[in-house]
Design a protein around this ligand. Structure first.
Ligand SMILES: NC(=O)c1ccc[n+]([C@@H]2O[C@H](COP(=O)([O-])OP(=O)(O)OC[C@H]3O[C@@H](n4cnc5c(N)ncnc54)[C@H](OP(=O)(O)O)[C@@H]3O)[C@@H](O)[C@H]2O)c1
Length: 405
Protein backbone atom coordinates (compact mmCIF):
# COMPACT_ATOMS: atom_id res chain seq x y z
CA UNK A 1 0.00 0.00 0.00
CA UNK A 2 1.42 3.35 -0.97
CA UNK A 3 1.34 6.27 1.45
CA UNK A 4 1.52 9.03 -1.11
CA UNK A 5 1.53 12.14 0.99
CA UNK A 6 3.62 10.54 3.71
CA UNK A 7 6.47 13.04 3.68
CA UNK A 8 4.06 16.00 3.65
CA UNK A 9 2.18 14.53 6.60
CA UNK A 10 5.39 13.74 8.47
CA UNK A 11 6.75 17.26 7.95
CA UNK A 12 3.53 18.69 9.26
CA UNK A 13 3.56 16.25 12.18
CA UNK A 14 7.07 17.32 13.18
CA UNK A 15 6.02 21.00 13.03
CA UNK A 16 2.98 20.18 15.15
CA UNK A 17 5.10 18.37 17.74
CA UNK A 18 7.66 21.16 17.95
CA UNK A 19 5.01 23.76 18.62
CA UNK A 20 2.65 21.76 20.83
CA UNK A 21 2.32 22.88 24.48
CA UNK A 22 3.33 19.42 25.69
CA UNK A 23 6.62 19.60 23.82
CA UNK A 24 7.25 23.12 25.03
CA UNK A 25 6.56 22.12 28.64
CA UNK A 26 9.02 19.27 28.40
CA UNK A 27 11.75 21.62 27.32
CA UNK A 28 11.25 24.01 30.20
CA UNK A 29 13.70 22.32 32.55
CA UNK A 30 16.70 24.59 32.35
CA UNK A 31 19.96 23.58 30.74
CA UNK A 32 21.74 24.04 34.07
CA UNK A 33 19.58 21.33 35.60
CA UNK A 34 20.72 18.92 32.92
CA UNK A 35 24.32 19.95 33.40
CA UNK A 36 24.04 19.26 37.16
CA UNK A 37 22.78 15.77 36.40
CA UNK A 38 25.45 15.19 33.80
CA UNK A 39 22.78 14.91 31.11
CA UNK A 40 22.55 16.53 27.71
CA UNK A 41 19.75 19.08 27.49
CA UNK A 42 17.21 18.39 24.73
CA UNK A 43 16.94 20.69 21.73
CA UNK A 44 14.70 23.66 22.39
CA UNK A 45 12.17 24.94 19.91
CA UNK A 46 12.42 28.67 19.21
CA UNK A 47 9.11 29.43 20.94
CA UNK A 48 10.23 28.41 24.46
CA UNK A 49 10.95 31.99 25.58
CA UNK A 50 7.34 33.07 25.16
CA UNK A 51 5.75 29.97 26.69
CA UNK A 52 3.70 30.58 29.82
CA UNK A 53 4.08 27.67 32.20
CA UNK A 54 0.91 26.47 33.87
CA UNK A 55 1.21 24.32 36.92
CA UNK A 56 -1.05 22.40 39.18
CA UNK A 57 -3.10 19.27 39.27
CA UNK A 58 -5.11 19.19 36.11
CA UNK A 59 -8.58 17.96 35.45
CA UNK A 60 -8.47 17.12 31.82
CA UNK A 61 -11.41 16.37 29.60
CA UNK A 62 -10.62 13.10 27.83
CA UNK A 63 -13.26 12.87 25.13
CA UNK A 64 -16.02 14.04 27.46
CA UNK A 65 -14.81 12.29 30.65
CA UNK A 66 -12.98 14.45 33.16
CA UNK A 67 -9.91 12.85 34.75
CA UNK A 68 -7.24 14.05 37.16
CA UNK A 69 -3.68 14.22 35.84
CA UNK A 70 -0.61 15.22 37.86
CA UNK A 71 2.54 16.55 36.28
CA UNK A 72 6.23 16.53 36.93
CA UNK A 73 6.54 20.33 37.00
CA UNK A 74 4.81 20.38 40.39
CA UNK A 75 7.67 18.37 41.87
CA UNK A 76 11.00 19.98 41.00
CA UNK A 77 14.07 18.16 42.19
CA UNK A 78 14.61 20.43 45.21
CA UNK A 79 11.07 19.71 46.41
CA UNK A 80 11.59 15.96 45.97
CA UNK A 81 14.82 16.07 47.97
CA UNK A 82 13.08 17.96 50.77
CA UNK A 83 10.05 15.64 50.72
CA UNK A 84 12.09 12.43 50.91
CA UNK A 85 14.92 13.80 53.11
CA UNK A 86 14.14 11.36 55.94
CA UNK A 87 13.41 8.38 53.72
CA UNK A 88 15.44 5.46 52.49
CA UNK A 89 13.93 3.91 49.39
CA UNK A 90 14.58 0.17 49.46
CA UNK A 91 14.12 -1.00 45.89
CA UNK A 92 13.74 -4.77 45.80
CA UNK A 93 14.45 -6.47 42.46
CA UNK A 94 16.58 -5.19 39.64
CA UNK A 95 14.91 -6.32 36.43
CA UNK A 96 13.73 -3.92 33.76
CA UNK A 97 11.84 -1.61 36.17
CA UNK A 98 14.34 -1.91 39.01
CA UNK A 99 17.11 -0.77 36.69
CA UNK A 100 15.16 2.17 35.20
CA UNK A 101 13.49 3.40 38.37
CA UNK A 102 16.57 2.80 40.56
CA UNK A 103 18.97 4.74 38.34
CA UNK A 104 16.50 7.62 37.94
CA UNK A 105 16.02 7.83 41.71
CA UNK A 106 19.79 7.81 42.19
CA UNK A 107 20.30 10.53 39.56
CA UNK A 108 17.58 12.58 41.26
CA UNK A 109 19.74 12.48 44.39
CA UNK A 110 17.41 10.41 46.58
CA UNK A 111 18.61 7.96 49.17
CA UNK A 112 18.02 4.62 47.46
CA UNK A 113 19.34 1.14 48.19
CA UNK A 114 18.91 -1.94 46.02
CA UNK A 115 17.95 -5.36 47.40
CA UNK A 116 18.49 -8.45 45.26
CA UNK A 117 19.57 -12.07 45.55
CA UNK A 118 23.30 -12.20 46.11
CA UNK A 119 25.15 -13.37 43.00
CA UNK A 120 22.01 -13.69 40.86
CA UNK A 121 21.82 -12.00 37.46
CA UNK A 122 20.36 -8.84 39.02
CA UNK A 123 23.22 -8.57 41.49
CA UNK A 124 25.65 -8.64 38.55
CA UNK A 125 23.57 -6.08 36.65
CA UNK A 126 23.46 -3.78 39.68
CA UNK A 127 27.24 -3.98 40.12
CA UNK A 128 27.59 -3.12 36.44
CA UNK A 129 25.45 -0.01 37.02
CA UNK A 130 27.69 1.19 39.83
CA UNK A 131 25.72 0.11 42.91
CA UNK A 132 28.16 -0.68 45.70
CA UNK A 133 27.82 -3.76 47.96
CA UNK A 134 27.48 -2.75 51.60
CA UNK A 135 26.75 0.88 50.65
CA UNK A 136 23.67 0.86 48.44
CA UNK A 137 23.51 -2.78 47.29
CA UNK A 138 22.33 -5.45 49.72
CA UNK A 139 20.49 -8.73 49.82
CA UNK A 140 16.71 -8.41 49.93
CA UNK A 141 16.26 -8.68 53.71
CA UNK A 142 19.02 -6.22 54.57
CA UNK A 143 17.72 -3.67 52.07
CA UNK A 144 14.21 -3.93 53.52
CA UNK A 145 15.56 -3.45 57.04
CA UNK A 146 17.13 -0.16 55.92
CA UNK A 147 14.12 1.11 53.99
CA UNK A 148 11.25 3.34 55.03
CA UNK A 149 9.64 2.95 51.60
CA UNK A 150 9.83 -0.61 50.26
CA UNK A 151 9.58 -0.65 46.48
CA UNK A 152 8.68 -4.19 45.50
CA UNK A 153 9.96 -4.61 41.94
CA UNK A 154 10.51 -8.35 42.04
CA UNK A 155 8.82 -10.28 39.27
CA UNK A 156 5.12 -10.70 40.04
CA UNK A 157 5.64 -14.44 40.64
CA UNK A 158 8.56 -13.73 42.98
CA UNK A 159 6.47 -11.20 44.94
CA UNK A 160 4.13 -14.05 45.78
CA UNK A 161 6.91 -16.57 46.50
CA UNK A 162 8.85 -14.24 48.80
CA UNK A 163 5.84 -12.73 50.59
CA UNK A 164 6.00 -14.97 53.70
CA UNK A 165 9.56 -13.69 54.29
CA UNK A 166 8.87 -10.06 53.38
CA UNK A 167 5.56 -9.45 55.18
CA UNK A 168 6.89 -9.58 58.78
CA UNK A 169 9.47 -6.90 57.86
CA UNK A 170 6.80 -4.41 56.78
CA UNK A 171 6.35 -2.81 60.17
CA UNK A 172 4.22 0.19 61.10
CA UNK A 173 5.52 3.43 59.63
CA UNK A 174 6.91 1.83 56.46
CA UNK A 175 5.30 2.27 53.06
CA UNK A 176 4.85 -0.51 50.52
CA UNK A 177 5.13 0.43 46.83
CA UNK A 178 4.36 -1.62 43.72
CA UNK A 179 4.51 -0.96 40.00
CA UNK A 180 1.62 -3.32 39.27
CA UNK A 181 -1.63 -4.03 41.08
CA UNK A 182 -1.13 -7.77 40.48
CA UNK A 183 -0.05 -8.99 43.93
CA UNK A 184 -2.58 -7.28 46.24
CA UNK A 185 -5.55 -7.35 43.85
CA UNK A 186 -5.24 -11.10 43.22
CA UNK A 187 -4.36 -11.81 46.87
CA UNK A 188 -6.45 -15.00 46.90
CA UNK A 189 -3.98 -16.42 44.39
CA UNK A 190 -0.77 -14.56 45.29
CA UNK A 191 -1.32 -14.66 49.09
CA UNK A 192 -0.02 -11.06 49.23
CA UNK A 193 -2.26 -9.79 52.04
CA UNK A 194 -0.77 -6.43 52.97
CA UNK A 195 -0.47 -5.43 56.66
CA UNK A 196 -3.34 -3.17 57.70
CA UNK A 197 -1.18 -0.47 59.32
CA UNK A 198 0.98 0.74 56.41
CA UNK A 199 0.42 2.88 53.31
CA UNK A 200 0.28 0.82 50.12
CA UNK A 201 0.78 2.70 46.86
CA UNK A 202 1.42 2.10 43.18
CA UNK A 203 3.20 3.94 40.38
CA UNK A 204 3.11 1.91 37.19
CA UNK A 205 5.08 3.28 34.25
CA UNK A 206 3.25 2.67 30.99
CA UNK A 207 6.26 1.21 29.24
CA UNK A 208 9.37 -0.85 29.71
CA UNK A 209 11.92 0.06 32.39
CA UNK A 210 14.38 0.71 29.56
CA UNK A 211 12.05 3.47 28.33
CA UNK A 212 11.63 4.81 31.89
CA UNK A 213 15.40 5.30 31.85
CA UNK A 214 15.89 6.54 28.29
CA UNK A 215 13.11 9.15 28.48
CA UNK A 216 14.53 10.42 31.78
CA UNK A 217 17.96 10.74 30.21
CA UNK A 218 16.42 12.69 27.35
CA UNK A 219 14.94 15.11 29.91
CA UNK A 220 11.44 13.80 29.28
CA UNK A 221 9.22 11.54 31.36
CA UNK A 222 7.15 8.42 30.85
CA UNK A 223 3.39 8.38 31.48
CA UNK A 224 2.52 6.42 34.61
CA UNK A 225 -0.59 5.32 36.45
CA UNK A 226 -0.75 6.08 40.18
CA UNK A 227 -3.04 4.57 42.77
CA UNK A 228 -3.52 4.17 46.51
CA UNK A 229 -4.56 0.79 47.93
CA UNK A 230 -4.35 1.71 51.58
CA UNK A 231 -3.90 5.15 53.16
CA UNK A 232 -3.20 5.03 56.90
CA UNK A 233 -1.21 8.27 57.16
CA UNK A 234 -3.53 10.45 55.09
CA UNK A 235 -0.47 11.23 52.92
CA UNK A 236 -0.45 8.22 50.62
CA UNK A 237 -1.67 10.06 47.52
CA UNK A 238 0.82 12.89 47.85
CA UNK A 239 3.58 10.35 48.48
CA UNK A 240 2.85 8.28 45.41
CA UNK A 241 2.73 11.33 43.16
CA UNK A 242 6.10 12.53 44.49
CA UNK A 243 7.55 9.04 44.12
CA UNK A 244 6.07 8.69 40.64
CA UNK A 245 7.88 11.84 39.58
CA UNK A 246 11.08 10.75 41.33
CA UNK A 247 11.23 7.48 39.36
CA UNK A 248 11.01 9.45 36.10
CA UNK A 249 7.34 9.98 35.24
CA UNK A 250 6.23 13.05 33.28
CA UNK A 251 2.47 12.76 33.67
CA UNK A 252 0.68 10.66 36.27
CA UNK A 253 -2.83 9.37 35.70
CA UNK A 254 -4.94 8.51 38.71
CA UNK A 255 -6.44 5.02 38.83
CA UNK A 256 -7.09 2.17 41.27
CA UNK A 257 -5.00 -0.97 41.83
CA UNK A 258 -7.76 -3.08 40.32
CA UNK A 259 -8.26 -0.97 37.21
CA UNK A 260 -4.51 -0.80 36.68
CA UNK A 261 -3.99 -4.55 36.81
CA UNK A 262 -7.07 -5.41 34.74
CA UNK A 263 -6.23 -2.94 31.97
CA UNK A 264 -2.54 -3.85 31.99
CA UNK A 265 -3.01 -7.63 31.74
CA UNK A 266 -5.70 -7.11 29.11
CA UNK A 267 -3.71 -4.61 27.03
CA UNK A 268 -0.47 -6.59 26.91
CA UNK A 269 -2.31 -9.73 25.86
CA UNK A 270 -4.26 -7.70 23.29
CA UNK A 271 -3.24 -4.79 21.08
CA UNK A 272 0.10 -4.12 22.75
CA UNK A 273 1.68 -7.53 22.26
CA UNK A 274 -0.30 -10.76 21.88
CA UNK A 275 -3.06 -9.48 19.63
CA UNK A 276 -0.77 -7.56 17.35
CA UNK A 277 1.58 -10.51 17.01
CA UNK A 278 -1.35 -12.79 16.17
CA UNK A 279 -2.60 -10.32 13.55
CA UNK A 280 0.85 -9.98 11.96
CA UNK A 281 1.17 -13.78 11.78
CA UNK A 282 -2.29 -14.28 10.27
CA UNK A 283 -1.78 -11.63 7.58
CA UNK A 284 1.74 -12.83 6.74
CA UNK A 285 0.71 -16.49 6.48
CA UNK A 286 -2.13 -15.72 4.07
CA UNK A 287 0.17 -13.66 1.85
CA UNK A 288 2.73 -16.48 1.77
CA UNK A 289 0.07 -19.13 1.09
CA UNK A 290 -1.18 -16.96 -1.81
CA UNK A 291 2.24 -16.90 -3.47
CA UNK A 292 3.82 -13.67 -2.22
CA UNK A 293 7.54 -13.58 -1.46
CA UNK A 294 8.78 -13.30 2.17
CA UNK A 295 10.04 -9.75 1.61
CA UNK A 296 6.73 -8.60 0.12
CA UNK A 297 4.73 -10.29 2.87
CA UNK A 298 6.91 -8.80 5.60
CA UNK A 299 7.01 -5.30 4.13
CA UNK A 300 3.25 -5.21 3.68
CA UNK A 301 2.58 -6.58 7.17
CA UNK A 302 5.20 -5.24 9.57
CA UNK A 303 7.77 -2.92 8.03
CA UNK A 304 5.38 -0.38 6.56
CA UNK A 305 3.26 -0.51 9.71
CA UNK A 306 6.06 0.15 12.18
CA UNK A 307 8.21 2.43 10.04
CA UNK A 308 5.64 4.55 8.25
CA UNK A 309 2.06 4.29 9.46
CA UNK A 310 2.09 3.61 13.23
CA UNK A 311 4.31 6.66 13.89
CA UNK A 312 1.63 8.76 12.16
CA UNK A 313 -1.05 7.32 14.46
CA UNK A 314 1.25 8.05 17.40
CA UNK A 315 1.78 11.64 16.31
CA UNK A 316 -1.78 12.70 15.54
CA UNK A 317 -4.29 9.88 15.55
CA UNK A 318 -5.95 7.48 13.17
CA UNK A 319 -7.61 10.09 10.92
CA UNK A 320 -4.19 11.68 10.45
CA UNK A 321 -2.78 8.38 9.26
CA UNK A 322 -5.75 7.83 6.92
CA UNK A 323 -5.27 11.34 5.53
CA UNK A 324 -1.63 10.54 4.72
CA UNK A 325 -2.64 7.55 2.58
CA UNK A 326 -4.10 7.15 -0.88
CA UNK A 327 -7.86 7.42 -1.45
CA UNK A 328 -7.80 3.73 -2.47
CA UNK A 329 -6.12 2.68 0.77
CA UNK A 330 -8.45 4.84 2.85
CA UNK A 331 -11.62 3.43 1.27
CA UNK A 332 -10.60 -0.18 1.89
CA UNK A 333 -9.32 0.43 5.41
CA UNK A 334 -12.52 2.19 6.48
CA UNK A 335 -14.66 -0.59 4.98
CA UNK A 336 -12.70 -3.47 6.54
CA UNK A 337 -12.06 -1.97 10.00
CA UNK A 338 -15.67 -2.64 11.02
CA UNK A 339 -15.46 -6.29 10.07
CA UNK A 340 -12.20 -6.74 11.99
CA UNK A 341 -13.71 -5.01 15.01
CA UNK A 342 -16.84 -7.18 14.99
CA UNK A 343 -14.79 -10.37 14.55
CA UNK A 344 -12.27 -9.50 17.24
CA UNK A 345 -14.55 -8.00 19.90
CA UNK A 346 -15.75 -11.39 21.22
CA UNK A 347 -12.10 -12.43 21.57
CA UNK A 348 -11.37 -9.27 23.55
CA UNK A 349 -14.38 -9.96 25.77
CA UNK A 350 -13.10 -13.51 26.41
CA UNK A 351 -9.73 -12.02 27.26
CA UNK A 352 -11.20 -9.51 29.73
CA UNK A 353 -13.23 -12.30 31.38
CA UNK A 354 -10.08 -14.36 31.72
CA UNK A 355 -8.22 -11.44 33.33
CA UNK A 356 -11.10 -10.62 35.68
CA UNK A 357 -11.52 -14.25 36.75
CA UNK A 358 -7.83 -14.46 37.70
CA UNK A 359 -7.11 -17.13 35.06
CA UNK A 360 -4.31 -15.02 33.54
CA UNK A 361 -2.82 -14.40 36.99
CA UNK A 362 -2.93 -18.09 37.85
CA UNK A 363 -1.21 -18.99 34.60
CA UNK A 364 1.47 -16.35 35.08
CA UNK A 365 2.16 -17.45 38.67
CA UNK A 366 2.33 -21.12 37.71
CA UNK A 367 4.61 -20.60 34.72
CA UNK A 368 6.91 -17.95 36.17
CA UNK A 369 7.40 -19.74 39.50
CA UNK A 370 9.02 -22.75 37.86
CA UNK A 371 12.74 -22.93 38.57
CA UNK A 372 13.50 -23.29 34.85
CA UNK A 373 11.12 -20.52 33.69
CA UNK A 374 13.97 -18.54 32.11
CA UNK A 375 15.06 -21.55 30.00
CA UNK A 376 11.48 -22.31 28.96
CA UNK A 377 10.90 -18.67 28.03
CA UNK A 378 14.14 -18.59 26.03
CA UNK A 379 12.98 -21.69 24.12
CA UNK A 380 9.74 -19.91 23.21
CA UNK A 381 11.68 -16.82 22.10
CA UNK A 382 13.90 -19.04 19.95
CA UNK A 383 10.79 -20.46 18.27
CA UNK A 384 9.52 -16.94 17.55
CA UNK A 385 12.92 -15.74 16.29
CA UNK A 386 13.04 -18.68 13.91
CA UNK A 387 9.61 -18.10 12.36
CA UNK A 388 9.97 -17.19 8.71
CA UNK A 389 8.29 -13.81 9.22
CA UNK A 390 10.90 -12.66 11.77
CA UNK A 391 13.81 -14.12 9.81
CA UNK A 392 12.55 -12.21 6.76
CA UNK A 393 12.24 -9.14 9.00
CA UNK A 394 15.87 -9.36 10.01
CA UNK A 395 16.90 -9.24 6.36
CA UNK A 396 14.52 -6.34 5.65
CA UNK A 397 15.86 -4.33 8.59
CA UNK A 398 19.40 -4.73 7.33
CA UNK A 399 18.36 -2.77 4.25
CA UNK A 400 17.25 0.27 6.25
CA UNK A 401 19.45 3.28 5.48
CA UNK A 402 20.63 3.55 9.09
CA UNK A 403 21.81 -0.07 8.99
CA UNK A 404 23.82 0.42 5.80
CA UNK A 405 27.53 1.02 6.21
N1 LIG B 1 8.86 -4.70 32.63
C1 LIG B 1 7.90 -3.84 32.38
O1 LIG B 1 7.74 -3.38 31.25
C2 LIG B 1 6.95 -3.38 33.47
C3 LIG B 1 6.18 -2.24 33.25
C4 LIG B 1 5.38 -1.76 34.28
C5 LIG B 1 5.33 -2.44 35.48
N2 LIG B 1 6.06 -3.59 35.66
C6 LIG B 1 5.99 -4.28 36.96
O2 LIG B 1 7.20 -4.01 37.66
C7 LIG B 1 7.53 -5.14 38.51
C8 LIG B 1 8.92 -5.65 38.16
O3 LIG B 1 8.92 -6.13 36.82
P1 LIG B 1 10.26 -6.22 35.94
O4 LIG B 1 9.82 -6.52 34.54
O5 LIG B 1 11.13 -5.07 36.20
O6 LIG B 1 11.04 -7.42 36.59
P2 LIG B 1 11.00 -8.97 36.27
O7 LIG B 1 11.88 -9.23 35.13
O8 LIG B 1 9.60 -9.47 36.21
O9 LIG B 1 11.66 -9.46 37.66
C9 LIG B 1 13.01 -9.53 37.80
C10 LIG B 1 13.48 -9.44 39.25
O10 LIG B 1 12.85 -10.43 40.09
C11 LIG B 1 13.90 -11.13 40.76
N3 LIG B 1 13.46 -12.47 41.15
C12 LIG B 1 12.85 -13.40 40.38
N4 LIG B 1 12.57 -14.50 41.11
C13 LIG B 1 13.05 -14.25 42.38
C14 LIG B 1 13.03 -14.95 43.60
N5 LIG B 1 12.47 -16.17 43.69
N6 LIG B 1 13.59 -14.37 44.69
C15 LIG B 1 14.16 -13.15 44.63
N7 LIG B 1 14.18 -12.41 43.49
C16 LIG B 1 13.61 -12.95 42.39
C17 LIG B 1 15.04 -11.16 39.78
O11 LIG B 1 16.24 -11.42 40.43
P3 LIG B 1 17.36 -12.43 39.81
O12 LIG B 1 18.05 -11.69 38.71
O13 LIG B 1 18.24 -12.72 40.98
O14 LIG B 1 16.63 -13.63 39.28
C18 LIG B 1 14.96 -9.73 39.24
O15 LIG B 1 15.61 -8.83 40.09
C19 LIG B 1 6.42 -6.17 38.27
O16 LIG B 1 5.43 -5.98 39.24
C20 LIG B 1 5.90 -5.80 36.89
O17 LIG B 1 4.59 -6.22 36.65
C21 LIG B 1 6.89 -4.06 34.70
Amino acid sequence: MASRSFSRALRSSITHQLTSPATQRRTLISASKYARRGLAAPLKPASVATYQQTRGIKTIDFAGTKEVVYEREDWPREKLLEYFKNDTLALIGYGSQGHGQGLNLRDNGLNVVIGVRKNGQSWKDALQDGWVPGTNLFDVDEAISKGTIIMNLLSDAAQSETWPAIKPQLTKGKTLYFSHGFSPVFKDLTKVDVPKDIDVILAAPKGSGRTVRSLFREGRGINSSVAVYQDVTGKAEEKVIALGVAIGSGYLYKTTFEKEVFSDLYGERGCLMGGIHGMFLAQYEVLRERGHSPSEAFNETVEEATQSLYPLIAANGMDWMYAACSTTARRGAIDWSGRFKDTLKPVFNDLYDSVEAGTETKRSLEFNSQPDYREKYEQEMKEIRELEIWRAGKAVRQLRPENQI
